[in-house]
Design a protein around this ligand. Structure first.
Ligand SMILES: [Zn+2]
Length: 872
């Protein structure tokens, strides 16, 4: 048996469409087994088309064609053909009206692409190609049209009927049905189309824009969730105000709607005027959501809201330009979080995300540039590279040309391209024009994959009071790109003197492979604070001494770099111990480390949230990223050893800090309260590593008992580590937790994850059992992420157990998902794809799993592309 490889699409093959669609008039009749869709299109020849023999080729997948009418006349079987998900109509006039009647089955749609049902409600997901799962259409983002949508449905079952734009008419139809008509005055690509029908509850508010227009704000949720929308509503208003103040962007429709659904492949979707969200990013209340959840709700809402300009008003010409909207919008939502919470912590989180997910991608078989050159399945390119590295590229432009000029460039981009589908090149040109700075070489960030490495050396000439910095850049080979040209990057640097005073700060423009920078009038050999605020997404090598790192941890005025110095120091300590562990040497903490840590705990002037981040050791994933051959067992053992040793030696300090910051006040989400909770829970993380049952009972168990019904941040922190290791309390606590929360799907997700990340040797067996539990449903992406995703991605020591059972388990899950939901199957397969990073034995086992998947009959394009690329 042989699988035929699905064909790739190339950026270089882009051509304008032969035809344009100006208006789309849709009618949906929602039924209990199938849905009837009528689509009336006004079509004309595209004057920009390059082809001499024009053809009308519409895309459609899993749609049953009933009738086609051209200018009111029904076409016969000889007038058109259907071939490989394409409807080809041979002879069409230069201008015409096309009416297509199709039948679809949303109730059977488990891929959650197109129109489907979630908990009995209808909803859509059209990005990237979901619209062609609804009707035949020119499904490409540069096909921008004005839409009207009529929805007909059962009155009782679906009292709420929503689509993009403004509601213009509604009425009853017979005894049982009703209908509504929505009209969207803005031109949009079909990936921004949305429809929702269901029995939902509404929370409402309003926002007055900077020009004084009133906008109705509606959040729709499933019944019983209304009380969990307050935070989301506040976040919407905060984001709207922030985008006006920061970027001058005002909302354009009279109504802004959000619907939260339980079954959703992504986090959220920015459909024009009708955002659809995963419940995870809307519902938040103190008793069910953690500080992190509250934070994510805000940033995802800001992200989708910001898309109204960066994505909707100005969209992408083709999917290779995805980062045009995603990189820019991630940058905008990150800036929102920096402006509204702790700026340093927000930057730390963003950099952690990048390093934990994107650096690995850049170093593996699936490495691709921010603007890929080709793809088989575009859904596989909603990656950390396109999103997070894309955002870093935008941030670098801002650093290079300055904040004010960047804002002018953005204004120019929006005004010049409003209502258009454009390219990354158009964006860069607007930035060049407003700044007068050439970004010619800078464009390589969009076309070259791989994480650049900077090797830095310094020297000091006391005689001339001159300091020199030599920066050498390189970039490792990535698939299809062996040779790389040097990047243009902003390198922010500060120089500190021995008493911690800042002597100098500047942004260097690095452009050459090797460059030497000279600093005059430097009175003593400075301690350099390099790549401040992570001014470029690179790996940095500089031989700091332990003392220099400790000094920067205490004194750097750039708070991000203060944390970064700590990270460098912990990585060094842990990797040295990993070497000792591998040669079976007795582990011992280096001298002085306890003092460093204890000094940190005393840094009273730092904000508590930042301090909590500084007390956190690098993740096992980030540590793994630093090793040529990843040794999951050694990393885990050493990291646990360091935590336990620190807990032993600083027990009193941790207890004191814990008690000082523990409070039984009502939960509030603000900078001070989050900081306090984060700090004390970080102390608790250390303390529960002690083999001291009385202490656990006193601290963790009492925190758990008190918080269980009113503070999820404290509940989870208290039980995370008691379930993490093989504690005798595990079973009892998990049972209690489930009994208290089994009615709440998002909390049940946390319960599943807790068990999936447990380091107990029998975790895999428990995870297997949980797949049969009433709480798990393989058709729901959130459940799959919570259980399977958490196990394969966040429990390396158990997933990569040397027997390979973890790999076989994941293989079975991927194959089951492949038939149900290819997008989620593809996301689940990724932990296997970087198999070359492990030892020979594990490599063999992982490779065998990948080959097994590749041999499977009817493998989806999504999974096929990732697996075959990783085996190359
Ligand atoms: Zn987005």
């Amino acid at each position: 048996m042989k699988n035929i490889s699905p064909a790739a699409v190339y950026l270089k093959d882009y051509t304008p469409s032969d035809y344009l669609i100006d208006t789309v008039d849709l009618e949906f009749e929602l039924g209990e087994t199938s849905t009837r869709v009528k689509s009336k299109l006004t079509v004309r020849e595209n004057p920009a088309s390059l082809s001499s023999a024009k053809k009308l080729i519409l895309n459609g997948e899993n749609v049953l064609l009933k009738t086609i009418l051209l200018n009111g006349k029904e076409l016969t079987k000889t007038d058109f053909k259907i071939q490989e998900n394409k409807l080809i109509i041979s002879a069409v006039p230069a201008k015409f009206e096309l009416e297509i009647h199709t039948l679809i089955k949303p109730q059977e749609n488990t891929s959650l692409t197109g129109l489907y049902q979630s908990n009995g409600n209808f909803c859509t997901q059209c990005e990237a190609h979901g619209f062609s799962h609804i009707t035949y259409f020119l499904d490409r983002p540069d096909m921008m049209a004005c839409y009207t949508t009529t929805i007909i449905a059962d009155k009782e079952k679906y009292p709420i009927l929503l689509s993009n734009g403004n509601l213009v008419a509604s009425g009853s139809l017979g005894k049982d049905k009703h209908w509504v008509k929505w009209e969207d005055p803005f031109k949009k690509p079909c990936y921004l189309f949305a429809l929702v029908a269901g029995d939902l509850e509404r929370v409402q508010d309003e926002f007055i824009t900077q020009s004084g227009r009133r906008v109705d704000l509606h959040i729709y949720v499933e019944k019983g969730n209304k009380h969990k929308c307050e935070h989301a509503m506040q976040a919407v208003k905060k984001a709207m105000k922030w985008d006006e103040d920061t970027f001058g962007r005002e909302y354009d429709l009279d109504i802004y709607m959000i619907v939260a659904v339980s079954d959703f492949n992504m986090g959220a979707m920015e459909n024009k005027g009708l955002n659809i969200f995963n419940t995870k990013y809307i519902l938040a209340s103190p008793e069910t959501a953690t500080d992190d959840d509250f934070l994510h709700v805000e940033s995802v809402i800001a992200h989708e809201y910001c898309h109204n300009w960066s994505g909707n008003r100005v969209t992408c010409r083709d999917w290779f330009q995805l980062s045009l909207k995603e990189g820019l919008t991630i940058f905008r939502d990150q800036t929102f979080t920096e402006d509204t919470m702790s700026a340093a912590v927000a930057r730390i989180h963003a950099v952690n995300d990048l390093r934990n997910s994107q650096f690995g991608e850049d170093a593996g078989p699936l490495a691709h540039p921010v603007r890929p050159e080709s793809y088989v399945e575009i859904n596989n390119f909603y990656t950390a590279t396109v999103y997070n590295k894309g955002a870093e590229v935008i941030r670098m432009i801002q650093t290079l040309i300055g904040k004010e000029i960047f804002r002018q460039g953005l204004d120019l981009y929006f005004s010049r391209h409003d209502g258009q589908a454009v390219t990354i090149e158009d964006f860069v040109k607007a930035m060049e024009e407003s700044s007068g700075i050439s970004l010619e070489q800078f464009r390589l960030w969009y076309s070259q994959a791989g994480t650049p490495v900077l090797d830095i050396k310094d020297e000091y000439d006391p005689h001339h009071k001159t300091y020199y910095l030599t920066i050498r850049q390189s970039c490792p080979a990535t698939p299809g790109q062996n040779e790389k040209l040097p990047f243009h990057l902003p390198f922010k640097i500060g120089l500190l003197n021995g008493s911690g005073e800042e002597m100098f700060e500047t942004v260097l423009q690095v452009k050459k492979q090797v460059e030497k920078f000279k600093f005059d009038n430097i009175s003593s050999f400075p301690i350099p604070s390099l790549l401040r605020s992570f001014s470029a997404p690179v790996k940095l090598h500089f031989s700091y001494s332990d003392e220099q790192l400790q000094f920067l941890m205490q004194h750097d005025t750039d708070l991000f770099n203060r944390w970064e110095a700590g990270t460098k120091y912990w990585v060094r300590v842990i990797l040295d111990l990993v070497n000792d562990f591998q040669v079976k040497k007795k582990l011992q903490l280096p001298l002085g480390l306890i003092n460093v840590f204890s000094a940190l705990l005393q840094q009273a002037e730092l904000d508590k949230w930042l301090l909590a981040e500084m007390l956190t050791l690098p993740s096992e994933r980030y540590l793994a990223e630093q090793m040529t051959i990843i040794d999951v067992d050694a990393i885990h053992a050493v990291r646990e050893f360091v935590i336990t040793e620190l807990a032993n030696q600083l027990k009193q300090d941790f207890i004191e800090t814990y008690k000082k910051n523990h409070s039984l006040n009502t939960y509030q989400f603000n900078l001070q309260e989050v900081g306090r909770r984060q700090l004390k829970n970080r102390c608790l993380d250390y303390l529960v590593h002690l083999d001291d049952f009385t202490l656990h009972e006193q601290l963790a168990l009492s925190q758990f008992a008190v918080a269980l019904k009113n503070n999820m941040t404290d509940t989870l922190s208290a039980i995370k580590y008691l379930t993490y290791v093989d504690s005798p309390l595990q079973g009892k606590i998990l049972t209690q937790f489930y009994a208290a929360w089994k009615h709440d799907p998002l909390v049940v997700d946390k319960w599943l994850s807790l068990q999936a990340i447990s380091k107990s040797p029998d975790t895999l067996d428990k995870v297997k059992l949980l797949t049969q539990h009433e709480a798990f449903d393989i058709k729901n992406p959130n459940k799959v992420y919570a259980l399977i995703g958490a196990f394969a991605r966040h429990n390396p020591v158990r997933f990569h157990s040397a027997k390979g059972e973890g790999y076989l388990f994941l293989t079975d899950i991927v194959l089951e998902l492949n038939a149900l939901n290819p997008q989620i199957a593809a996301r689940m397969v990724t932990p296997l794809t970087d198999w070359k990073r492990y030892d020979i034995h594990r490599q063999g086992l992982m490779q065998r799993s990948l080959e097994m998947i590749l041999k499977t009959k009817s493998l989806s394009r999504d999974v096929h592309e990732l697996v075959s690329k990783s085996l190359q």
